[in-house]
Design a protein around this ligand. Structure first.
Ligand code: TYM
Length: 337
């Protein structure tokens, strides 16, 4: 069983990324000893929207530090930086040629981001449009069985499956068709100020987004100010009580308790007490993580050594797969005589 996933080093990681992806991965890995994980830092994806070059570099180290601090074991698993492996942009190009334009126009994330950029009067790069094909290349290069993601990435994994099927049909069986895994409760942690909108790295309102490296005081303040509703009952009802439901999902993700059990535990308690408890539960998870992240970040050359080890292991898998695709497509150096 091979799991594969990635995170873009754009903006600061938040608890949605942590509970919706990183923690999900680590839990999956801990529950099965024969699972191999491939996790990478998707820096080539990050630049589909302009990134300050200095920040891109910083965030790349930061995500790596979070991966390792969260418990990814570099000896057992493969952790690498996407731009260290040229097989990704290479296969991306090959797959672009088998991906119908119309499939990409249907991607909701592209439509949302395009709208946002338009509102800011910014340019929409062709890279943003092609981005899901690069994501397909990331996945298909490794014959991944499963891709653990948050809900916003599901459509891209579905597209990956379609691209793989189309390539296999045109050129013969080459790519494995991947599944995705989504933990529905935490797959879409919402913004604390606008609880119908997902928490996002590029958030306009920092009060709504709890960053993994926020100070403890800021975390307390953000939960204190979290938007709720005018009722008094603490129950999970996404439609009518999006704020409280989001806080219940966050509390469940941080404590490992089921939402139904939390509803019982908090029957009759005040919203103020509940919000305070959610903040403390999140802090209990994040504080030790922050300490470990700091330790990793204090030694960049050690991180770079791990990146090198990671990409060597990654290429042992990805390069033969890329060569197989080149061969199937008839490129003279790779095609069978
Ligand atoms: P990215 O960097 O936007 O997000 C990383 C992961 O975090 C999840 N996530 C959330 N989960 C719950 N609640 C939220 N509010 C929330 N926000 C983000 C995302 O679903 C994702 O799992 N295209 C990907 C990166 C990528 C990738 C891949 C993933 C590139 N290649 C191949 C899997 C496989 C992205 O932009 O994720």
């Amino acid at each position: 069983m091979r799991l594969l996933s990635g995170i873009k080093p754009s903006g600061d990681l938040h608890i949605g990324n942590y509970f919706g992806s990183i923690k999900q991965w680590v839990d999956l890995l801990n529950s099965s000893s024969d699972t191999q994980a491939i996790f990478f830092i998707a820096d080539l994806h990050a630049i589909t929207v302009y990134q300050d070059p200095k920040k891109l570099k910083e965030k790349t180290y930061e995500i790596a530090a979070v991966y390792f601090a969260a418990g990814l074991d570099y000896k057992k698993h493969i952790v690498f930086v996407q731009s260290d492996n040229p097989d990704h942009p290479y296969l991306n190009w090959l797959l672009t040629t088998v991906t119908p334009y119309g499939w990409l126009t249907r991607m909701t994330q592209f439509k949302d981001k395009r709208q946002k950029l338009k509102n800011y009067g910014e340019v929409i790069g062709a890279g943003l449009f092609n981005y899901p094909v690069l994501m397909a290349a990331d996945i298909l290069l490794y014959d991944a069985d499963s891709v653990p993601v948050g809900e916003d990435q599901v459509q891209h994994v579905e597209l990956t499956r379609d691209i793989a099927k189309r390539f296999n049909k045109l050129y013969g069986e080459t790519f494995k068709i991947p599944e995705y895994t989504v933990n529905r409760t935490v797959a879409r942690i919402k913004d604390l100020q606008y609880p119908t909108k997902k928490m996002s790295k590029s958030d306009d309102n920092p009060l709504g987004c709890v960053y993994l490296l926020d100070s403890i005081d800021d975390i307390r303040l953000k939960f204190k100010r979290a938007v709720t509703d005018s009722e008094k009952s603490i129950r999970y009802d996404v439609k009518n009580k999006p704020g409280i439901s989001n806080l219940l999902a966050i509390l469940s993700a941080s404590t490992g308790k089921k939402i139904e059990d939390l509803e019982k535990e908090y029957a009759g308690k005040t919203y103020a007490q509940f919000k305070e408890d959610v903040a403390e539960a999140v802090i209990a998870v994040i504080k030790p993580l922050q300490q470990r992240v700091k330790e990793y970040l204090s030694d960049r050359s050690e991180l770079e050594r791990l990146f090198k080890l990671g990409v060597e292991k990654a290429r042992e898998i990805s390069t033969p797969k890329l060569n197989e695709a080149l061969s199937k497509m008839g490129f003279y150096k790779y095609a069978k005589k």
